[in-house]
Design a protein around this ligand. Structure first.
Ligand SMILES: Nc1nc2c(ncn2[C@@H]2O[C@H](COP(=O)(O)OP(=O)(O)OP(=O)(O)O)[C@@H](O)[C@H]2O)c(=O)[nH]1
Ligand SMILES: [Mg+2]
Length: 310
């Protein structure tokens, strides 16, 4: 039923839209209790393996967990729904777990259009924890950080900052950095990476009053550090709940949700306006060819759009 509900809210069909809106409004009063965790990292860092380990730990401690994995198959990085399912074989077989891969849909650098709504449905269905997995490409980390309580970045031992997706903008969003693959020959390098990332985080403005970002080594493969990581997420949650920041974060997230839907609707209306549609490809081509400047091209299209609104 949950899978079908998510399919409904993800539907692009015009005649599904009202039903989807209705469903979201009706489940909304039943949401808000789950712990919402975002998980990101470069391809191959071990997100799927880690979620399997963390998910099993949660299930074994009596919690139910929903995983919303954004399928990057359409992005340049490769990967696939099947790949993810086969990397979470134990969790996929757990009755208290739900795994939902969603196509990234080419928008927002790898986050499904309706991940936020899917997350709310999972909460309404009673899941204690919702994990949103996304590949760290484009704007996806920011988009995910904007819909969760706690944002966890998986990093690799010993890779350069650029390789890690440790872009400045991303480091400002993290609540917890987990240096994965801290096992075998990697152990020493992982410890060094933990130290380096901690040092880098010290020079950065604190985003929350009640929480200073933590860095810890984990191994999705052996399971070491997974329990500590979850304890850290719970500590984070308790701290921001006590400071009132959980409440304020969620309020501002709801406002951004409104705006993202408005933007989406305005863009759709823009493209669907006949006067715009009729000139769009010509203007795009002219701008590409350098025959028309981008500001002029944009103005022409926006004037056509505004004229229609009057
Ligand atoms: N040694 C070691 N290998 C790991 C660990 N976690 C994952 N791996 C391996 O790293 C590879 C990539 O792991 P995935 O879990 O598929 O990584 P991912 O981040 O989900 O990758 P994408 O879905 O492609 O973005 C696999 O071969 C894993 O077995 C770990 O803790 N230690
Ligand atoms: Mg994966």
């Amino acid at each position: 039923m949950l899978a079908r509900a998510i399919t409904l809210i993800e539907s692009l069909r015009e005649d599904d839209r009202l039903g989807a809106e209705d469903l979201v409004s009706r489940v909304l009063p039943r949401t808000g209790r789950a712990v919402r965790v975002g998980l990101s990292g470069v391809p191959g860092v071990g997100k799927s393996t880690f979620i399997e380990a963390l998910g099993m730990h949660l299930v074994e401690s009596g919690k139910s967990v929903a995983v919303l994995a954004v399928d990057p198959s359409s992005a340049a990085t490769g990967g696939s729904i099947l790949g993810d399912k086969t990397r979470m074989p134990r969790l996929a077989a757990e009755p208290r777990a739900f795994i939902r891969p969603s196509p990234a849909g080419g928008e927002l650098g790898g986050v499904a259009r309706r991940t936020r709504e899917a997350m709310l449905l999972c909460e309404a269905f009673g899941f204690d924890v919702v994990l949103v997995e996304t590949v760290g490409v484009g704007q996806s980390e920011a988009v995910v950080a904007e819909m969760v309580d706690c944002f966890v970045l998986l990093a690799l031992p010993g890779a350069g900052d650029e390789l890690q997706g440790l872009k400045r903008g991303v480091m400002e969003l993290v609540d917890v950095v987990a240096v994965n693959k801290a096992d075998g020959d990697n152990l020493i390098r992982a410890k060094r990476a933990v130290r380096d990332i901690k040092a880098a985080l010290q020079y950065q403005r604190r985003r929350l009053h009640a929480w200073e970002p933590r860095v810890l080594p984990v191994s999705a493969l052996t399971g070491s550090g997974v329990v500590d990581l979850w304890a850290t997420v719970e500590e984070h949650r308790a701290a921001i709940a006590a400071s009132g920041e959980l409440e304020s974060i969620r309020r501002s997230q709801t406002k951004r949700w409104l705006w993202s839907l408005v933007k989406e609707g305005v863009m759709a209306a823009f493209r669907e306006t006949p006067e715009v549609a009729a000139r769009l490809s010509q203007i795009e081509a002219a701008v590409e060819a350098g025959a028309l400047t981008a500001p002029r091209g944009a103005r022409e299209l926006l004037e056509a759009f505004r004229a229609r609104l009057k």
